[in-house]
Write a protein that binds this ligand. Structure first.
Ligand SMILES: NC(=O)c1ccc[n+]([C@@H]2O[C@H](COP(=O)([O-])OP(=O)(O)OC[C@H]3O[C@@H](n4cnc5c(N)ncnc54)[C@H](OP(=O)(O)O)[C@@H]3O)[C@@H](O)[C@H]2O)c1
Length: 185
């Protein structure tokens, strides 16, 4: 796993570049989840997530899949789990992250899209970061109590856009939607 995934031959196999992107919402103190859920409710960010991921394969950990509770429509849902008997309907199961990325690339190629989306949670982000070309990061400008964290070191990443949004209803804090490109891009 030391080499970046896209250098492992899969891109050559498909004859096209498929970007590995991560979609993350993260509080100031690194919290991304609490009790299996998001600690905030930011409707515009859920719309942003939908817009980013629709039509593309999404890769997630088993706990994130269970927290969503159903396959997200119009996207191939790839769930990473060591449990061979997960058995949910409507999802593709992968037994490790690299298999999940390979399945996602194959799906992207078939669908004619050039990006696969890693959508969490903490365990999957921490393993996937070395493979990522882009991060779509929502910086939530508050601190939250939580039990799932993502320790994100952005040194070397290039910020290509940033849009700040004001707080909405209670539970929907001020946040910024940021796009970052990996040093190699
Ligand atoms: N803020 C955000 O943007 C965001 C996004 C997504 C999720 N979240 C939050 O994050 C939390 C969930 O994160 P989490 O870290 O607890 O769980 P997770 O990453 O969603 O899932 C962990 C599970 O994935 C499987 N897994 C992980 N690495 C694996 C590997 N290398 N090979 C095979 N299977 C592997 C294991 O499943 P098995 O135990 O079945 O083997 C493991 O228990 C929730 O609170 C959720 O709401 C936040």
């Amino acid at each position: 796993m030391s080499k970046k995934f896209q250098h492992s031959g899969i891109t050559k196999k498909f004859g096209q570049t498929i970007l590995v992107s991560m979609v993350v919402a993260r509080a100031e103190n690194g919290v991304i989840g609490r009790d299996g859920k998001l600690p905030w409710h930011i409707p515009s960010d859920l719309q942003h997530f939908k817009k980013l991921t629709i039509g593309k394969p999404i890769v997630m950990g088993r706990k994130t899949y269970q927290s969503i509770g159903r396959p997200l429509p119009q996207r191939t849902n790839i769930v990473v789990t060591r449990n061979l008997d997960l058995g949910p309907q409507g999802v593709v199961q992968a037994n490790d992250l690299l298999s999940a990325l390979a399945l996602a690339c194959e799906d992207a190629h078939k669908s004619g899209v050039n990006e696969i989306m890693i959508i969490g949670g903490a365990q999957i982000y921490s393993q996937a970061i070395t493979h990522a070309d882009r991060i779509y990061l929502t910086e939530v400008h508050s601190k939250f109590d939580g039990d799932a964290f993502f320790d994100l070191d952005l040194r070397g990443w290039r910020e290509v856009s940033r849009i700040r949004h004001k707080a909405g209803k209670p539970g929907s804090p001020e946040h910024s939607v940021v796009e970052l490109w990996a040093p190699s891009l």
